[in-house]
Design a protein around this ligand. Sequence first.
Ligand SMILES: Nc1nc2c(ncn2[C@@H]2O[C@H](COP(=O)(O)OP(=O)(O)OP(=O)(O)O)[C@@H](O)[C@H]2O)c(=O)[nH]1
Ligand SMILES: [Mg+2]
Length: 318
Amino acid sequence: MEFEKIPTVPTADEILDRSFRRAASKMRLKRNKDRANEEFVRAVSTGIHDRLVRIIQSFPELDDLPPFYRDTVDILWGMDRVRKALGAVGWAARWARNHGPGLAYQTRKAEIPSVIRKRTVARLSSVVHQIDDELRFLNDMRNVLRKLPHIDDEFTVVVAGYPNVGKSSFIRITSSASPEIAAYPFTTKGVIVGHRYAGTGRMQFIDTPGLLDRPTSERNKIERQALTAIMNLADVVLCIIDPSEHCGYPIEEQVRLLHEIEAMVEIPVVPVANKSDLLYFDGYLNMSTETGEGISEVLETLIGFRKQSEQQDETVPC
Ligand SMILES: Nc1nc2c(ncn2[C@@H]2O[C@H](COP(=O)(O)OP(=O)(O)OP(=O)(O)O)[C@@H](O)[C@H]2O)c(=O)[nH]1
Ligand SMILES: [Mg+2]
């Protein structure tokens, strides 16, 4: 994903510092002192403008992002917040571009150009300092964005279910991903991707944070990331339940969530009862990520769905 290419967003002081240094070296080249002051102001405003424009351009167009990434940005920060930050940087860039030439002219015409130079540079600095919070926000966002997993365009199994049921344990033993596993809910806080060669080809597995059976409006940011993965990335959803209730949640609630997911998507949803070493659950595929029992049957089922989807792709007319 292009997020990896977003460079660090500098703070207001860093932008000013770099712009001043470049302007100072240009100023030194001028023999005429008054012209040198004018040139300094011009170079500072141009430097600020160009740096701010580069920051905006380094972020991908929000509306062009694939749905999963767009949703993720919206869940984590809110589109309006991100637009506000980019808008503020744009405002400061325009300010520098629109006022820079006038300030440079004022400096040239001044009786004591060096005094006016300091005053105009202070005005430019104050504009850049006004957006310091927004620059820091964009840098924090950039640091999270570049760690978002790369999602390949291939057959994808999204593993979902209540917290603590064994989703990450399943992903860990069946794919290349090594998510954290722990005996407490919401261990997984974001989406994690792994791959596996199974049957005749590759499969992408996506581990998701735990979901509770409750209205969307009450769901937290962590749960909403699971939902967007289910809605936007899955070819099949593997919904894990824990009938032993060692996860800490009643099986009735877990089954209600399973039905909710089934109603939410038009793709196959495969229910699997995990922790069969503790309790076997009649009427479901059973597995234990602890003992390995039933894992190959689950994988066979997933491979079956991949074959179906490949056959469908072949029959779709171009
Ligand atoms: N007995 C038994 N314990 C299991 C099994 N699978 C997972 N566990 C345990 O269940 C706990 C939760 O496992 P995770 O894989 O972290 O569960 P998760 O669904 O990813 O949890 P969240 O990320 O919090 O949503 C851990 O203590 C695991 O060791 C199993 O088949 N049998
Ligand atoms: Mg997990």
